[in-house]
Design a protein around this ligand. Structure first.
Ligand code: PHE
Length: 448
């Protein structure tokens, strides 16, 4: 029996879900620290150029393939062309995308669990429960397993409800909450002493810091931030209605992603400098703290020093992080779940709980064998695999996708398409330049 395929109910529904996927820990944690350490506005400038010239075209490759094939990444790529070689490559690339999405979710749930534990801790402190609050704030394997487990349960619960009632409904609730929390926190932090010094470090360009490693980290950041390469945007694209214009919708998602990353910088960097004013050490080896120490030591020290308001601010901050992580993790889980529901007889509920359970086993393994595994999985997936898969997806859109069908997809819901710059440039660009440019930056990153 052919299962009825779900769709997002509106263009806004898709934009909120896709922006929910894009806006995550990468924006709120990664972008601000990369910017502050990478030359401030100079980094932002490079990031913007790369986001629009490489990440946006790659996003469009995923969205067009997704909507045209209306399928998960494996079925989609192998169905683009009848040629046996292309079909086999499609199946291999698609399967690798599924694997990478699942591995990213393994470590992402663990990090999200840290956020959720700190949220519970600041909530407990707010309620005057000091001893549980202290336990919850302390890093430890049992705590991490518990909260990564809870987070994974919620993720699977949302995905099990489907596109409309799960993903779209929760993204539409959580994304406005996220933006409201972010703006409120920025408003508060910018009134603190020292915040303006932070703004200067964040925004004043220092072009001397630009180097090839910086360009590479900006590219990696852009690909991770837009959730590219692993089939997330492809599968979300497969749920877009026929009448919505893809180039415009993709551009909005890109702009929201960049906008939230930029806003997050207005929160994190001034907050660090407000902390310095209160005696918190914010530099390590001449660089601004960027790793877990930033989130779990520097910022909490700042919250502690704020007196009675501190617990409330900490609760809002960790709620922001947890929400950002959740809307991203549901999009990662959707990648293998869509494959399972479309290629086996499993229904969505069973598939979501089963696949969610398997991925949690991976999360638990990383939590227990943290030192050897965590960094290795992050590097393998985000630094190596995402750009390589991004290249592959551009090649599929440029070469395997039938030209007329591709153009038809761009035209759907977009009546004046032929007159746009996108129409004139993108189909050729995604065929030659985009894969070549990504490959150039990637090769430099690995070998130079
Ligand atoms: N874009 C998310 C973030 O910025 C991470 C992500 C990567 C989500 C890959 C889905 C797929 O945190």
């Amino acid at each position: 029996m052919l299962k009825q395929r779900e769709q997002f109910t509106s263009r806004l529904g898709f934009v909120l879900a896709a922006a929910g996927s894009a806006v995550g820990l990468g924006n709120i944690w990664g972008f601000p620290t990369n910017t502050a350490n990478g030359g401030g506005a100079a980094f932002v400038l490079i990031y913007l150029v790369l986001a629009f010239t490489l990440a946006y075209p790659a996003l469009m490759a995923e969205l067009t393939i997704g909507r045209h094939t209306r399928a998960n990444i494996v079925t989609a790529l192998q169905g683009l062309s009848p040629r046996p070689g292309v079909r086999l490559t499609g199946r291999l690339v698609g399967s690798y995308g599924i694997l990478v999405a699942s591995l990213i979710l393994c470590f992402y749930s663990l990090v999200a669990g840290w956020m959720a534990a700190n949220l519970a801790s600041s909530g407990a402190a707010l309620a005057g429960l000091d001893r549980p609050a202290a336990w919850l704030a302390r890093d430890g394997v049992p705590r991490n397993l518990l909260f990564a487990g809870l987070f994974s349960l919620i993720t699977a619960g949302v995905v099990s409800e489907g596109v409309k009632h799960g993903i779209e409904r929760w993204s539409s609730r959580l994304m406005p909450t996220l933006v409201a929390l972010l703006v409120a926190l920025i408003g508060y932090v910018l009134t603190r002493d020292g915040a303006i010094a932070g703004l200067t470090v964040y925004l004043l360009p220092d072009f001397a810091r630009i180097s090839s490693t910086l360009v590479i980290s900006a590219l990696g950041q852009a690909f991770f931030s837009l959730s590219l390469g692993v089939g997330t945007m492809l599968v979300y694209g497969s749920y877009i209605r026929e009448g919505d214009s893809l180039p415009a919708t993709g551009a909005i998602v890109t702009l929201v992603d960049i906008g939230v990353a930029f806003l997050a910088g207005l929160l994190i960097i001034p907050a660090m400098f407000a902390g310095r004013e209160l005696g918190v050490e914010i530099y390590a080896n001449g660089q601004l703290q960027a790793g877990p120490d930033l989130i779990f030591r520097v910022l909490p020290a700042l919250f502690d020093s704020m007196g009675p308001l501190g617990n409330g601010v900490a609760t809002a901050f960790f709620a922001l992080m947890t929400i950002a992580a959740l809307t991203s993790s549901i999009s990662m889980l959707e990648v293998p779940v869509a494959l399972a529901t479309e290629t086996t007889s499993l229904n969505r509920k069973t598939a979501a709980w089963l696949v969610g359970g398997i991925i949690f086993a991976g999360t638990a393994t990383i939590a227990v064998f943290f030192d050897p595994l965590f960094g290795a999985v992050v590097t393998l997936t985000t630094e190596f695999s995402q750009p390589l898969l991004g290249i592959a997806l551009c090649l599929f859109a440029g070469w395997a996708f039938n030209r007329n069908a591709l153009l038809e997809e761009i035209r759907a819901g977009n009546p004046g398409a032929q007159k746009t710059l996108f129409w004139k440039v993108w189909p050729t660009y995604v065929r030659y330049f985009c894969p070549l440019l990504i490959a150039t930056v990637f090769v430099q990153a690995i070998f130079l």
